[in-house]
Design a protein around this ligand. Sequence first.
Ligand code: PGA
Length: 254
Amino acid sequence: MRKKIIAGNWKMNFTPARAAEFANSLVNTIDDAADNVEVVLCVPYVAIDHVQYELDGTDIKVGAQNMHAEDKGEFTGEISGEMLAAMCVPYVIIGHSERRKYYNESDTDVNKKAHKALEMYITPIVCVGETLEQRKNGEVDNVLTQQTHLALVNFKTEDIPKIVIAYEPIWAIGTGETATPEQAQAACKKIRSVIKHEFGEDAAEAIRILYGGSVNPSNANELFAQPDIDGGLVGGASQKLSFAEVVKAGQANA
Ligand code: PGA
């Protein structure tokens, strides 16, 4: 049985002080719900230690939103996996569509970062997903096959359960337009079938595949009830106290 993950992505929101304050309020509403699902808050780098401090003693984990593939060097403004590991960060989002779009991250970058994250014992949450145009052109399966394949190049079968994939259709991110449960299920099933083809049935059954894109308290339950959806990557709705409702939907479908 795959344990569901409900991951929040705070993106570039909240100062460290505000992040701590919000985490403190949130913890009172969701701590009890956190034991049969994993709850992760991917916060801005500068807020990691503040939020860790607030969540100390709870089951809620603090993740990062990106990392560099190298350990160190002349990469002004970047943060390495080694640095995140030193801060005991257990999860990192890799290849979010905003990183791919605004910072030109390629599938090769995504693959390198995912390898480095695992090397540092950090679970990568690797994002894949099609644009609206690709969906309209009937290219969803091809895009997901290609992105999943390229993200997982050179991983060993035993690594696969240590990776998380997030299916995030780009047209549904921050738009208020959610994929229907059927669309999201079909895409996550496709991703699992690609993994089965490349790494075998056990790896495919073990890897957790999340859905992301306008998940909110009113649609979470139906999404998380789908057999191939193992939780959510939640942007806007994770920055509100009602995120607790999304966590509860995860728990109800655990
Ligand atoms: P959203 O963002 O929930 O605001 O659509 C999801 C994401 O970008 O991970």
